[in-house]
Ligand binder design. Structure first.
Ligand code: S3P
Length: 438
C-alpha cells in the first residue's frame, strides 16, 4: 500500500457546524466482520462497511487466502465463508498497511492454520510493539518470528496444534484480547483472557452473532476451541471514533447544532461522550436502539462552554482513540485539563502524546506532555503549520481546531486520513468546516 505523503489540509479559521451527517462505518467492527465472515459457513452480508484503507487491507488479505468477497459497493460486502479450516496459503506476504488491528488480530487467527504466512506493514506499523501478541501466542504453542525488536514483519509457521491459555492481559488492549480469542477458536480446550479494565468488546459480541459461545464473568472472557461459525448479516454502525471529531468541533464552535446519525454507542466505546459531558458539553442521545447486538443512537451536539477537568482514568480505555480530539476540546476549555494513565497513547499510529503536545504548542497552547498523559491549559488557539506525522486522527483533530483558531491552520501529511475516514474533507466541509485539500 503506497501513501502519498504530500497531501495537506488548509483551514480558514472560524465558522460553526450545522446539519446532519453520517460518518463512515466503525473500523473495529468492519475488520471483525470480514474475519469472522471468512471463517463462517455460508454467506455473510455486511452493510455500512468502512471503505477505508485499514479495513480494506483486511479484506484484501482474506482474498489472498482464497476467500470470495464481493464489494465493497456503497458499504455492502458479501463474503462466501470457507469454514474454520478453509483458508488457503497466500502466494505473497499480507500487506496490512497502517493497520494495527489487522496485524494483531490476524496473528491470532492465523497462528493455528496449516500454512506459513508473513504479515508486513508500513513504516508506522513496522515500529509498533508486537510482543504483546507474539508472547502469549507462543504460550499457546504458536511459532511466530518477528524482528529482534519484536516488530513486524511477522512470520507465522504452522504448528501441530494450539493449547488453550488462561491469560491476564498486562495492558488494556482489545487487540490483544481479540487476538487470543481468535487463536482460541483453534486451540485445544478453553482459552480465557482477563483484562485489567474493560476494553471494547466487539469481538465477543460478534462471535455470539455468528453463533459461537463466549462466556463472560466480570473482566474474564472465555471460549472453547473447535466450534463453528454460522454466517449472518452485519449492519456496521457509524464509527464513534470518527464522530468524535464532530462532537468536539460542534462543542467548541459557537452557534453549532449538529446531528450525527446511526453512531455506535457501545458502553466500551463511549468514553468520549462521558468525558465531554464532564467538561460541560451538550450531547443528547436520540432514538437509542440495538442493531445486531451493538447499541446505536443518533447524537445531537450543540455548542457549550467547556471547562477543564481531571479525566477519570477508568474512562481512558473507553476513549483511547479519541484523545487527539479531546486534547483540542481541552485547549478550548476554561482552565486546566489533566490526563493520566494513558501511556498506551505513545504506541498508537504515532506517539499521540508528543505529537499532539507539539501541535498544540505550535498554536500557542500551554501543553505539557507527561509519561502517561498531558496537562493542557485552555487558551486562544493561534495559527500555524502542524506536523501530523502521518497519523490520521492527529490530522483530523487539528482540522476541527480551526473552528476556534485566530488564523489559518495548515496540516501536513494527511493522506492517512483515508485509513479510517474516507471522504472526511467533503463531509466536514458540508457541515461548515472551512477546509481545503492541497
Ligand atoms: C482496536 C483496539 C484499540 C484501538 C484500535 C482498534 C480494536 O487498540 O486503539 O484503534 O479494534 O480492537 P489497542 O488494543 O492497542 O488498545
Amino acid at each position: 500500500m503506497s501513501h502519498a505523503t504530500s497531501l495537506e489540509f488548509h483551514l480558514q479559521p472560524g465558522g460553526g457546524l450545522q446539519g446532519r451527517l453520517r460518518v463512515p462505518g466503525d473500523k473495529s467492527i468492519s475488520h471483525r466482520a470480514i474475519m469472522l465472515g471468512a471463517l463462517a459457513e455460508g454467506s455473510t452480508q455486511i452493510s455500512g462497511f468502512l471503505e477505508g484503507e485499514d479495513s480494506l487491507a483486511t479484506l484484501k488479505a482474506f482474498r489472498q487466502m482464497g476467500v470470495d468477497i464481493q464489494g465493497p459497493q456503497q458499504g455492502r460486502v458479501r463474503i462466501q465463508g470457507l469454514g474454520m479450516n478453509g483458508l488457503c496459503s497466500p502466494d505473497a506476504p499480507l500487506d496490512l498497511g497502517n493497520s494495527g488491528t489487522s496485524m494483531r488480530l490476524l496473528s491470532g487467527l492465523l497462528a493455528g492454520q496449516g500454512f506459513e504466512v508473513t504479515l508486513v506493514g508500513d513504516d508506522s506499523l513496522s515500529k509498533r510493539p508486537m510482543q504483546r501478541v507474539t508472547e502469549p501466542l507462543a504460550l499457546m504453542g504458536a511459532e511466530i518470528n518477528s524482528t529482534p525488536k519484536g516488530t513486524a514483519p511477522l512470520v507465522i509457521r504452522p504448528v501441530d496444534g494450539l493449547r488453550g491459555l488462561d491469560y491476564a492481559l498486562p495492558m488494556a488492549s482489545a487487540q490483544v484480547k481479540s487476538c487470543l480469542l481468535l487463536a482460541g477458536l483453534y486451540a485445544d480446550g478453553e482459552t480465557c483472557v482477563t483484562e485489567p479494565v474493560p476494553t471494547r468488546d466487539h469481538t465477543e459480541r460478534m462471535l455470539r452473532s455468528f453463533g459461537y459461545e463466549v462466556r463472560q464473568a466480570g473482566r474474564r472472557v472465555c471460549l472453547s476451541g473447535g466450534g463453528r461459525l454460522k454466517a449472518c448479516a452485519i449492519d456496521v454502525p457509524a464509527d464513534i471514533s470518527s464522530a468524535a471529531f464532530f462532537l468536539v468541533g460542534a462543542s467548541i464552535a459557537p452557534g453549532s447544532d449538529l446531528i450525527l446519525e446511526h453512531v455506535g454507542v457501545n458502553p466500551t466505546r463511549d468514553g468520549v461522550i462521558n468525558i465531554l459531558r464532564l467538561m460541560g458539553a451538550d450531547i443528547e442521545l436520540l432514538n437509542p436502539r440495538d442493531v445486531g447486538g451493538e447499541p446505536v443512537a443518533d447524537l445531537r451536539v450543540r455548542s457549550a462552554p467547556l471547562k477543564g477537568i481531571r479525566i477519570p482514568e477508568n474512562q481512558v480505555p473507553l476513549a483511547i482513540d479519541e484523545f487527539p480530539a479531546l486534547f483540542i476540546a481541552a485547549a478550548c476549555a476554561e482552565g486546566e485539563t489533566l490526563l493520566t494513565g494513558a501511556e498506551e497513547l505513545r504506541v498508537k499510529e504515532s506517539d499521540r502524546i508528543q505529537v499532539m503536545a507539539d501541535g498544540l504548542q505550535t498554536l500557542g497552547i500551554e501543553a505539557q506532555p507527561t509519561v502517561d498523559g498531558m496537562r493542557i491549559r485552555g487558551g486562544q488557539l493561534g495559527a500555524g503549520r502542524i506536523q501530523s506525522q502521518g497519523d490520521h486522527r492527529i490530522a483530523m483533530a487539528f482540522a476541527l481546531a480551526a473552528l476556534r483558531a485566530s488564523g489559518e491552520i495548515q496540516i501536513a501529511d494527511c493522506a492517512n486520513v483515508n485509513t479510517s475516514f474516507p471522504g472526511f474533507v467533503g463531509l466536514a466541509a458540508g457541515v461548515g468546516l472551512n477546509i481545503a485539500e492541497v
